[in-house]
Design a protein around this ligand. Structure first.
Ligand SMILES: [Zn+2]
Length: 251
């Protein structure tokens, strides 16, 4: 792999350098490669790279201190950090690992692309869309494409990070919401469902009042609201976990 060859060449060129310099030279390579491939390469490949990098560092350290024992090298260059071992460090600087980079999962950005350069804008729009649509089902994809990933209530782009957290951690910063509630004739169709910020959804509902009957079809209610004697009231019905999830994910 190109990145491993590159790291080897850096180590070969710095056989006698201090560990801190080696770390500062390697970190941008590791982070750069990790960021670039974080969405394409498997976890195992990243773990494998980390393993190979540590092997190379071990050999680098052995060559630097030919008379020292393995135990000495281990304690000197791979000091235990909490629950983690085999983290190359000189006490001050710590080597980045691909596994961590992948977890942080930066948005992949091609080498010299910039969102501020007009020629590259198309690339970033496409890239953003790819990230937004990742792992959504067919219905959700169409809903997101309908508004180009914008929240129709505030008109702003919904960040990729919101989608990612919603998918990975179930955080509720975004919501697939029915614009017209079911009991007013709205269904779970692509036309009727929009992806919104949770905050905008709450704000919108608060602004229009919880107890006023909607006079425009844009008004939407959650399925915990009900019209009783011409007024909208909250149903404090207990939802089962499955119902909650269904309500939440809408598909
Ligand atoms: Zn919004």
């Amino acid at each position: 792999m190109a990145v491993l060859r590159k790291i080897k060449s850096i180590l070969d060129a710095n056989k006698q350098a201090k560990a801190s310099l080696v770390i500062r030279l390697l970190n941008p390579v590791i982070r750069g490669w990790g960021n670039y491939y974080s969405t394409q390469v498997s976890k195992r490949t990243f773990a494998y790279c980390d393993h190979r990098i540590n092997e190379m560092l071990w050999r680098w350290a052995k060559r630097r201190h030919p008379k020292k024992s393995a135990r000495w090298i281990y304690q000197r260059y791979f000091p235990r950090q909490g629950s983690r071992n085999w983290v190359f460090s000189d006490g001050g600087y710590t080597l980045a690992t691909m596994t961590d980079v992948r977890i942080i999962r930066h948005i992949k950005i091609q080498g010299c692309r910039s969102p501020y350069r007009p020629n590259d804008q198309e690339y970033f729009v496409t890239r953003r869309e790819q990230l937004l649509l990742k792992r959504l089902n067919g219905f959700q994809k169409k809903v997101v494409r309908k508004t180009s990933g914008r929240c129709p209530l505030c008109g702003c782009n919904i960040s990729v990070e919101h989608f990612r957290r919603w998918q990975n951690n179930g955080e509720d910063a975004i919501l697939f919401a029915r614009m017209i509630p079911e009991r007013l004739g709205g269904h779970d169709t692509i036309e009727n469902v929009c992806v919104t910020h949770r905050w905008c959804y709450e704000k919108y509902r608060a602004a229009f009042g919880y107890d006023v009957l909607p006079d425009n079809p844009e008004r939407f209610l959650s399925n915990q609201e009900k019209i009783v004697n011409g007024r909208v009231v909250w149903m404090h019905k207990h939802l089962s976990r499955d119902e909650e999830l269904k309500d939440y994910r809408m598909a």
